[in-house]
Design a protein around this ligand. Sequence first.
Ligand code: GTP
Ligand code: MG
Length: 171
Amino acid sequence: GMKKKEVNVICVGLDNSGKTTIINKLKPQNAQQSDIVPTIGFTVEKFASASLSFTVFDMSGQGRYRNLWEHYYKDAQAIIFVIDSSDKLRMVVAKDELEQLLNNQDILSKRIPILFYANKMDMKESLSAVKVSQMMGLEAIKDKPWHICASNAITGEGLPEGVEWVTDQIR
Ligand code: GTP
Ligand code: MG
């Protein structure tokens, strides 16, 4: 059959937001890991959509590793930014990290699509995707396509919608 187009993606967001759980859930069932541990540095993962073959840099969100993110912006064709919708206290920290990302030279210079997952939608205290979008100031992003989906990385709910959006942006 046709060889799928290869796409590099970087997955960022604060520690414990659910990045690794999301990427794991996007892999074929027989390739999924049953126990997810906090990422040290980063890992490189692969998954596919109908038309694309994704190579994902799954970055650690821990403070001490966040300075690694920017080294992988140059080669990225899309960004997945994961937010814990139930972590109201640290949403301002996530917003600050997003602002740093958006002001990076390698990001400023290209019209890269950014997918936001408002993850952990299953938690009782979770904010809606609209509310997360407001708290993160996403309306201010005018020069890049962006999209936000509510997701539950444990069940996979909401994840395909995001991957389809990214796929449409890249084609
Ligand atoms: P770092 O690698 O440290 O940056 O964290 P991470 O963003 O990769 O988070 P990880 O995927 O390790 O998930 C952190 C915790 O949140 C784990 O206990 C997951 O099971 C849990 N988790 C992830 N997604 C969800 C979700 O949608 N709902 C709920 N309830 N828990 C989730
Ligand atoms: Mg991780």
